[in-house]
Design a protein around this ligand. Sequence first.
Ligand code: ZN
Length: 172
Amino acid sequence: MPETRLKVRILGDPVLRKKAKPAKEVTAEHRRILNLMAESMYGSSGIGLAAPQIGISTRLIVVDIGEGLYKLVNPKIVKRQGSQAIQEGCLSVPGICIKVRRSKQVWVEALDENNRPLKIEAKDLFACVLQHEIDHLEGRLIIDYTSFLEKLKIKRKLAALKKNATAAKLQL
Ligand code: ZN
């Protein structure tokens, strides 16, 4: 594990609940942060990471589901279609797995790391991860998708998490 890797923020950290601010234009500093995020994601065996997860409240995400790295600035879902429910984990909510219903296909507009507009058409797992990461930019977490009863069930687990946050299965 490289020492430079940033610590991923865990549930209970207020930055995870803040709505992230858009980048006016993509700067060298954003590129530096995106690189750190990618490093952090790969170092945690994740397939996606959003800037608030490393304590930065800016609309930046990285995604790699095994088909190459995407570094996206100000990503926005412009169209969605269909529905799917996938078991999701989250690097910021370690040890918890929740089935989340999301769109099966999404069209995302963003800027790439060189400030150029980018359009992505994503489906299945890729669509799921993009929605998960964009949720982070809104301060939304997978636990927000659980029903009241499910929430009661995992309440104890979550309370323990908030106290001591070093855990097992890390993904998004
Ligand atoms: Zn997450």
